[in-house]
Design a protein around this ligand. Structure first.
Ligand SMILES: [Zn+2]
Ligand SMILES: [Zn+2]
Length: 265
């Protein structure tokens, strides 16, 4: 069974120009049984001073119409939900507005920082802001339950690491352990995001996270590209699948109607 990519963005997201149909056509030709899109839903982002949200009604309508032309591939609707404690009402509302097959939960920002941009770390302190980032992730995975997969745990770390590669993620091990314990208790999956891994370019980094998660009892892993263009659909999957296997995992998980299924690897 050909693995499908469970984290991609098309032109429905603010930061992608790719036509959704191009991804679908490609996945169909590869023989994928499923296709899913996970557009952005980020509210009141400090560095843009606005919401960065896809029109999910429009996405759903487009998928329904595409499904008619591609009857042999099951087209699913996902979302990348940007967690914000101060926006919980709106987050819950969007999740109720459509039938989502998969919710990827992400920490991209907070009211005082956008973790994509190094300038916030330069201004507020690399270690201090990374501690805040992981604290938000602990808070989110403790108190928020309406999701399936925690996306790119190392998103903010990557921003700092690219400027200061002397910093190692193990510095935050206590907090990461707490996040993993929350995922395990609440039966959520840990995402290996190949976009972040391709930027960090250190297999020991992802092996460290996978081994820690496994040791604590975690078994649910998704492998996702976070593609913003067709050229990155399923990017580096063979490489990271091997690493995931080496770390002891026998399967990857995927979701349909937020129900978990397994791909054996
Ligand atoms: Zn993201
Ligand atoms: Zn994404």
């Amino acid at each position: 069974m050909t693995l499908h990519d469970q984290h991609i963005h098309s032109s429905f997201s603010h930061d992608s120009q790719e036509d959704l149909k191009n991804y679908l056509e490609y996945a169909y030709k590869l023989g994928c049984k499923y296709f899913i899109t996970t557009e952005h839903y980020d509210l009141n982002v400090i560095s843009y001073n606005q919401d960065l949200t896809a029109d999910f009604k429009q996405v759903a309508l487009t998928l329904t119409s595409l499904q008619k032309n591609y009857p042999l591939i099951k087209i699913l609707l996902g979302i990348e939900l940007g967690y914000r404690k101060d926006q919980l009402n709106k987050l819950e509302k969007i999740l109720q507005s459509e039938h989502f097959d998969l919710i990827n939960l992400s920490i991209h920002d907070c009211p005082t920082a956008d973790f994509y941009y190094y300038q916030f770390f330069a201004q507020q302190g690399e270690i201090k802001l990374l501690n805040e980032y992981f604290d938000i992730m602990i808070e989110a995975t403790t108190n928020f339950n309406n999701y399936n997969v925690l996306s790119h745990l190392d998103y903010a770390f990557k921003t700092v690491y690219l400027v200061n590669p002397t910093i190692k993620i193990s510095l935050f091990e206590d907090k990461i352990k707490q996040i993993f314990k929350n995922l395990i208790t609440n039966q959520k999956a840990f995402e290996v995001n190949t976009k972040v891994q391709e930027a960090i370019k250190d297999d020991n980094h992802i092996k460290y996270l996978l081994n820690l998660y496994y040791k604590l009892g975690g078994r649910k892993v998704t492998l996702s590209s976070d593609a913003h263009s067709l050229s990155r659909y399923l990017s580096s999957f063979d490489h990271y699948k091997k690493i995931i296997k080496q770390c002891g995992f026998n399967y990857l998980v995927y979701y349909v109607s937020q129900k978990e299924y397994q791909y054996f690897i």
